[in-house]
Design a protein. Structure first.
Length: 639
């Protein structure tokens, strides 16, 4: 087991956790939660042996094999599949030892070693390792064509996926994962959930995706106010326990009641106008659960809402008969839809289907190659995507960014607003270049929200945000009157804020008649169809190869049939040539005898001379034909 005794650790001299005493048993799947900067990643560093405790003990079985996802991937020339296979270090060592032993196969001891190595390879199911690596890569979104591509050719996000696949390839006893869903899309997350559920070892997982935590974990280890507390059950069970504890605080209990009443009135309003679409019905169910969720986060450091837009146009945005793409590559053709003030749309689709391209079109960052993109007269866009973080000035503070946005607003009002995003005191004045990914995301969202948009375009807004900030954003998005189009792998956010889902697939954008559970089924069916198509393609390839082999055999058979009479004729000619050459040799010996010419019988000499001439002509003709036959045989063999 993993045992903590009075454990304390710090980072850069700042204490993170003190007095942690608990134990985690083999096979547990533990979700590690807490606000950004509370010490979650540092705790994983302790488990990996990369950091040292300030006090107390952290023990784990010394024989355990540990796997984790590397932070960086060098630009290696290795094929992606080989890079993933390298995650199983014992497998690779056996392969190296086998190669060395087979170089000395004449040695008796080498033969014995080869036998032992093959036996161990069979024990660890090493012969199926390439198939397992391929399955991991498929699950994480790689295609067959990617298997032999050099690692150096992949972008940063895809290298993170390769690192994850490599960690999963390791036959580990302890698996440490730090935000594994950050660079994954929804279909890869759903696949990873199933894989982790069947993982036999001990898992310690940092994630801010509550649905992911609920599906995968059996325990929650929460870090809060410098303390570690272990809860039995998934994240929702932990939330309920936390809500009960917070309710014992009279001030927080009163706030819980006020927020619950506010939420109920919102639910009642939404239910009155909600459509009968399955996603809207799922959202009603989701909102009904929000009371418990909100109660567990009542002491959140975040408190903000979207300002009411100053006006609306109906429609806000019109796309008509649009062709969309880059240069000569067309991604969408004949795209038609309308965004209205009450549109609350979640975009679904597999990686590479074009969701981000569609968002760029809506935001006006990408103009259609043909067709119409028409903005409503009062349209005011609020666009959030990860590249927005690059527009922050690293040397400047959150307050500087706010003053630049609203130079006439009182500084204290701007500080109060930033405080709702937990930029308080010195944080409001600190250069944002030093901020973490989550802090930069919060600042970019704060700046976008302040502009009071009436159409929100949000492309993965929760990346790097912790659970508390995600909940605050969820509540704010529920209550805004602005229209919204959302791309997110956070299913909780999608369920709680979207009334309808659109599917981006096969170059089209169509309403999805179902909820997120139906989408998971659609993904499974798509994967099954792809596998079936791949099997059919493989079968066709095998049949084609067999057909080609049959044709080649027929050609070979025809060639053999054509060769047989030539070979027989050649053999017959060789026999005749041998006989004629023997007879000619004897004849020439006799013609060389002087007594033949002394004999008065000239008729015998004439007959012998005639026979000599005839044999010579026959031999020349036969040799010429023999050469011709062998040239034909050589040509037939080459064909």
């Amino acid at each position: 087991m993993i045992l903590l005794r009075d454990l304390g650790f710090s980072r850069n001299g700042e204490a993170l956790v003190t007095g942690a005493t608990l134990q985690m048993h083999p096979g547990w799947k533990v979700g590690l939660t807490g606000a950004n900067g509370c010490g979650k990643s540092s705790f994983l560093g302790l488990l990996r042996g990369e950091l040292h405790a300030d006090r107390g003990d952290l023990e784990r079985p010394p024989g355990w094999v540990l796997a984790h996802v590397a932070q960086d991937t060098p630009a290696l020339p290795d094929a992606a599949l080989d890079f993933v296979l390298d995650g199983d270090t014992e497998l690779r060592q056996i392969e190296r030892d086998l190669a060395a032993a087979e170089d000395h196969h004449d040695d008796h001891h080498a033969g014995e070693q080869i036998g032992l190595l093959h036996s161990r390879l069979s024990e660890i199911d090493g012969y199926a390792a390439p198939a397992r690596a391929a399955a991991l890569m498929h699950g994480l979104g790689f295609s067959d064509e990617d298997f032999q591509r050099p690692v150096a050719e992949f972008s940063g996000g895809w290298r993170v996926r390769l690192n994850l696949a490599r960690a999963l390839m390791c036959r580990s006893d302890l698996l440490l994962l730090d935000e594994p869903t950050n660079h994954l899309d929804l279909d890869a997350i759903i696949w990873l959930e199933e894989w982790l559920k069947s993982y036999a070892g001990t898992l310690i997982l940092i994630s801010h995706d509550r649905d992911f935590l609920d599906v995968v974990t059996s325990h929650i280890l929460a870090i809060e106010a410098g303390r570690m507390q272990l809860f039995t059950g998934n994240y929702s069970a932990c939330e309920r326990a936390r809500a009960e504890r917070l309710a014992n605080d009279l001030a927080l209990a009163a706030k819980q009641k006020r927020e619950a009443a506010h939420l109920q009135s919102y639910i009642d309003r939404f239910r009155a106008k909600a459509s009968k679409a399955r996603q809207a019905q799922s959202r009603i169910k989701m909102l009904a659960k929000m009371g418990d969720i909100q109660a567990a986060h009542i002491d959140t450091p975040f408190s903000f809402s979207f300002p009411e837009p100053s006006g609306f146009s109906d429609p806000l945005l019109l796309i008509d008969d649009a062709k969309v793409g880059y240069d000569k590559t067309v991604i969408f053709d004949k795209l038609r839809f309308t965004l209205r003030p009450d549109s609350r749309i979640g975009l679904l689709g597999r990686n590479g289907a074009g969701k981000s391209t569609l968002m760029k079109l809506l935001a006006g960052e990408l103009q259609p190659l043909a067709g119409v993109r028409e903005e409503g007269r009062n349209l005011k866009l609020g666009y959030f995507a990860q590249h927005q973080l690059e527009q922050l000035r690293p040397a400047e503070s959150p307050l500087w960014h706010m003053i630049k946005l609203e130079p006439r607003t009182r500084e204290q009002d701007l500080r109060n607003y930033l405080g709702g995003f937990d930029f308080r005191g010195n944080m409001a004045d600190a250069p944002c270049g030093r901020f973490s990914g989550g802090e930069k995301t919060r600042l970019a969202l704060a700046l976008m929200i302040r502009t009071a948009p009436n159409l929100l375009l949000l492309d993965e807004p929760t990346n790097h945000l912790d659970l508390e900030m995600r909940e605050a954003l969820t509540i704010a998005l529920q209550e805004t009157e602005a229209g919204m189009v959302l791309v997110s792998h956070d299913r909780h956010l999608l369920r709680a804020t979207c009334d309808e889902l659109w599917l981006v697939a096969d170059g089209r954008v169509t309403p999805f008649d179902g909820d997120l559970d139906d989408y998971a089924d659609w993904l499974n069916q798509s994967r099954a169809a792809e596998k079936s198509a791949e099997r059919e393609k493989s079968q066709q390839r095998r049949e084609g190869e067999a057909d080609a082999a049959r044709k080649a055999a027929k050609v070979q058979e025809s060639a053999l049939a054509a060769r047989r009479p030539l070979q027989k004729e050649s053999e017959k000619l060789e026999q005749q040539l041998a006989a004629w050459q023997g007879e000619l040799k004897l004849l020439e010996t006799r013609l060389a005898d002087p007594t033949l010419y002394a004999d008065a019988d000239s008729r015998l000499l004439d007959d012998l001379t005639l026979r000599q001439n005839l044999l010579t002509r026959n031999i020349e003709t036969a040799e010429s034909r023999w050469l011709e036959i062998h040239e034909l045989l050589d040509n037939t063999q080459e064909t």
